[in-house]
Ligand binder design. Structure first.
Ligand code: NA7
Length: 549
């Protein structure tokens, strides 16, 4: 790209108007008084919650924690209705936030950033969009989400299907009427597990094409109790602080006890109680070693298997649903509403494609090795090119024209998941190498946004023009992220955390598994020591006057 100008037109270009982009815009505009342009591909705010409108879509964090904490009045005013916030309610919340803080005037909707090139001579970013915009900015900040590039597997004949086909991550705004229809759904991850029970209630017949059986815990979803919310609001500061210093970004009491330190009866009682209470408590609140000790994990995995066999009436179907090839929580843990019960319905058929793989999609439906299923609608609940997919779709170039995609060809490399060496003044909100998807996202997003805007303020005060991750610090961090993952059970599953769901993607564990608390501590330490691991360079004029770099 050409048209280099000495002074950038904007302080920052921010990508995305989800939780990250909205808060980054607010923070930079209102607190730092900077000029910011947000580009958003959708025609409204919401990010993940704008796109994922499939039936049953909701968040697995409880609503009172799935929100912003930066404005106390906002926290007090907003009334959640669902225990777990459903997609329409989260979207309504984010629209409210956009209106309340007058954010829309700096957001250009229906616009995708196609390229961002760093101009070394002038120390600025040239940004281009699919609508023909060309702007320059000092900072280039990505709030593009971790799961924003949907993937539809390249199954033979995919485009020959004569019925309707949808991916859960780009669902039609007007919804889909399944009434009386023959529906096939491929995928039993979070999206599939949420959508299947809801679609089953409408469809004439639902065929679930399952490759990997899942462990899932009942969510025990319902309306949120007003008295509970009032109590939360009276203690919000304390609750939020607890979440900030927890491993998962939730105000839970983690169990310290080993699953192996109690007898079978006691252990079963603990699991039963957590199963009845529902939600992620089963993972965090039962025993402290489930995620790291294989033998401890086996007890939890076996308990869930016994529940599946109890719930699903047809023993053959139950056995197909029982996961045996990976430990519980080594893939993204799931919570559900009536998932296993759904297989007791007459109009639901489980198709085990691990043993009878899909051969092709035909004009009439899906053909496995054993049978052809005639369908009116196919739902792809097949997930995302997680964490790096959206970066790779943008032509991002740093120093010397180096492409981020090339730099990340063997796996993402970023210091603290915030910045990548060779890409000065570019910041990532919840980038690879940060807790992100292993945490309650708003807590991690706020931490990244606040840390980044503090750094920008620090730099402005000192006339620092260029902020860049140091290559050595970055390499150490990437190695550390990998070491931490190796100490858990995560590497034992083929998951999108590892890029295993995308053919050809390097197998690298991408999020930081050490916990929000340790990560926060590290970020505070880095800042308090003058941003160790970053190379900060003064503005040219000041530097020359002072005789420093
Ligand atoms: P996930 O969790 O990646 O799940 C995708 C599902 O689709 C999973 O069951 C996959 O099976 C299945 N899949 C993917 N590709 C294929 C092919 N080629 N053939 C058959 N089945 C396939 O995506 P979700 O949208 O459910 O959830 C994403 C995240 O959103 C979630 O983790 C939360 O953080 C929110 P596999 O397990 O790979 O065998």
């Amino acid at each position: 790209m050409t048209n280099a100008t000495k002074t950038p037109e904007l302080d920052a270009v921010v990508l995305g108007a989800g939780f990250s982009g909205l808060y980054m815009l607010y923070r930079m505009r209102e607190l730092l008084g900077m000029s910011v342009q947000v580009y958003e591909a959708g025609d409204g705010v919401g990010g993940t919650w704008y796109w994922n409108r499939y039936p049953g879509a909701r968040c697995d964090s409880e609503s009172y924690m799935y929100c912003f904490s930066f404005d106390k009045q906002l926290m007090q005013e907003w009334e959640w209705t669902g225990k777990y916030p459903e997609q329409p309610e989260i979207l309504k919340y984010l629209n409210h936030v956009a209106d309340r803080f007058d954010l829309r005037r700096n957001i250009q909707f229906n616009t995708r950033v196609t390229a961002a090139h760093y101009d070394e001579a002038n120390n600025l970013w040239h940004v281009e969009t699919d609508k023909g915009d060309k702007v320059t900015a000092r900072y280039f900040i990505t709030g593009i989400g971790c799961l924003s590039s949907g993937q539809i597997p390249d199954i033979k004949g995919r485009d020959t299907f004569e019925g309707d086909a949808y991916h859960t991550g780009s669902w039609p705004h007007e919804g889909v009427d399944f009434t009386g229809k023959r529906v096939g759904i491929i995928g039993t991850g979070s999206s599939g597990v949420q959508a299947i029970p809801v679609i089953a209630k409408q469809a004439g017949h639902l065929y679930v094409f399952q490759r990997t059986p899942q462990y899932t815990i009942p969510a025990r979803h319902g309306t949120v109790d007003k008295a509970f919310l009032d109590d939360v609001k009276s203690r919000y500061d304390e609750i939020w602080e607890k979440a900030r210093w927890s491993a998962g970004g939730l105000p839970v009491e983690p169990s310290e006890q080993s699953a192996l330190a109690v007898n079978d009866e006691e252990r079963r009682a603990v699991y039963e109680k957590a199963w009845e209470e529902g939600g992620f408590k089963f993972l965090y609140g039962t025993f402290g070693d489930i995620a790291v000790d294989r033998r401890a994990n086996d007890t939890a995995s076996e308990f869930i298997r016994s529940k599946i066999r109890e719930i699903v009436k047809d023993p053959e179907t139950a056995e197909k649903l029982v996961p045996t090839d990976h430990p519980f929580s080594s893939k993204r843990p799931l919570i559900d509403t009536d998932y296993f019960d759904t297989y007791n319905r007459e109009n639901v058929t489980l198709v085990d494609i691990r043993h009878s793989p899909i051969e092709e999609i035909t004009p009439k439906g899906i053909k496995t090795e054993d049978e052809e299923y005639e369908l009116d609608i196919i739902v792809f609940a097949t997930g995302f090119d997680a964490m790096t997919g959206t970066y790779n779709r943008i032509d991002i170039r740093g120093r010397g024209g180096e492409r981020l995609k090339d730099k990340w060809a063997d796996g993402p490399k970023a210091y603290l998941g915030l910045a990548s060496a060779g890409f000065p003044n570019m910041f990532m909100i919840t980038g690879p190498g940060s807790p992100s998807v292993l945490s309650n996202m708003p807590v991690s997003i706020e931490q990244h946004v606040e840390w980044t805007s503090d750094l920008l303020e620090y730099s402005r005060e000192r006339d620092i023009a260029t902020i860049e991750a140091d290559a050595e610090a970055e390499a150490e961090w990437v190695a550390h992220v990998n070491d931490i993952a190796q100490a858990t059970l995560f590497p034992l599953a083929d998951s999108w955390y590892l890029g295993a769901n995308i053919p050809g993607k390097p197998r690298v564990f991408m999020p930081y598994a050490g916990g929000v608390n340790l990560y926060r501590e590290k970020c505070i330490e880095v800042a308090s020591e003058g941003y160790t691991g970053f190379v900060l360079e003064r503005g040219k004029a000041t530097a020359e006057a002072a005789g420093v770099r």
